[in-house]
Design a protein around this ligand. Structure first.
Ligand code: AKB
Length: 337
């Protein structure tokens, strides 16, 4: 008998830390796949950890043989800034890796006779506004608007949303004996801010980097202009959103991909709040015009009404509360320990 479990890819990353903790606290049997071994806080929480790549199909076949996977959270990805240095590798990991996981999900579903829930974190990078004027005019962007990404990562995310929809609704549509077995559900995340992990390779990283540098009493030079505005979310709300979407009744979901967001603030507003919390923080600006161009192409805010209506998305942390009740106390104790 194969064991029924939840699979998390990229489990050692930022979202993975929060999600593994949340699911294991709830008693869920979790198996993980990551390029590097899980750290000592996560490893004891999982039933089995696999170290390897989502591009390694024989490794995925071994997982398939050993476990009955009912839910997949496919978090493994190369983020936006990093992907611009090696776009072909980014495509290989972000697109072919996702394709491998979708095939894996279809085969799992075929072998246990029920659809496998496949939860995919997409990104505001799927959007692309051509200019600051267009960004100001666009306001709160809805899911089907402005889908002209300017980065390899954004193209990868947008295409994988479509691939997921294909596996869920049209997979091998001309074959008489194949039923789609993937129940694909995606959220487009804004920039995420965690108190206990620092992101690597993203372009929204200036906000978490600013906060973590202040907590560590290190000077920080923000790489975007003070007026730069995109939506953000605190990490506990991000992992809660993934779990809520996974658990939502299928018939309530009117879309494949949903916007989610908690607060939209400029870099300067974030700097003020960080300086109020850490009065000795030294935060300056040193603009990286290439990374600036990427963030300028992302919307200043997104409309997440569909997620709120269909599966009850409701973030706990607006801007003030995220700092007061999550980031400041949790970062303080994280670095103190
Ligand atoms: C990135 O900056 O690449 C990510 C994202 C917005 O998806 N944080």
């Amino acid at each position: 008998m194969r064991k029924p479990v939840v699979l998390i890819t990229g489990a050692g990353g930022e979202i993975g830390h929060s999600l593994v903790t949340r699911l294991s606290d709830a008693g869920t049997a979790v198996i993980t796949l990551d390029l590097t071994p899980l750290d000592a806080t996560l490893a004891p929480r999982v039933l089995r950890e696999f170290t390897g790549s989502i591009t390694d199909v024989p490794l995925l076949d071994r997982l398939l043989a050993q476990f009955e996977v009912g839910v997949i959270y496919h978090l493994a990805a190369r983020l936006s800034s990093r992907s611009e240095f090696t776009p072909v590798t980014a495509h290989h990991v972000n697109v072919e890796g996702t394709l491998n996981l979708l095939e894996f999900a279809q085969h799992e579903g075929e072998s246990h006779g029920r659809p496998v829930t496949f939860v995919y974190p997409s990104s505001i990078a799927a959007y692309g506004l051509p200019s600051l004027e267009a960004k100001a005019r666009a306001g709160r962007v809805r899911e089907d608007e402005h889908l002209q990404p300017t980065t390899m990562y954004g193209c990868n995310k947008l295409y994988c949303e479509l691939l997921g929809d294909y596996y869920a609704r049209h997979y091998k549509q001309l074959s008489v004996d194949t039923i789609p077995r993937v129940d694909f559900r995606a959220v487009r995340f804004p920039g995420l801010i965690s108190a206990t992990t620092v992101p690597a390779g993203g372009t929204s990283d200036y906000a978490p980097e600013m906060i973590h540098a202040a907590a560590k009493r290190q000077p920080y030079a923000c790489f975007v202009r003070p007026d730069t505005t995109i939506p953000f979310m605190a990490m506990p709300d991000a992992s809660a959103a993934l779990q809520a979407l996974a658990e939502a009744p299928r018939e309530r979901l009117r879309r494949t991909t949903y916007n989610v967001s908690a607060f939209s603030r400029s870099a300067e507003e974030i700097r003020h709040t960080v300086q109020a919390a850490f009065p000795n923080a030294e935060i300056s600006y040193k603009i990286d015009y290439k990374r600036q161009g990427i963030v300028d192409s992302w919307p200043a805010d997104v409309d997440d009404a569909a997620a709120r209506a269909d599966w009850g998305f409701a973030p706990s942390y607006e801007f003030g509360r995220a700092f007061r009740e999550y980031l400041i106390p949790a970062i303080g104790s994280f670095y103190a320990s």
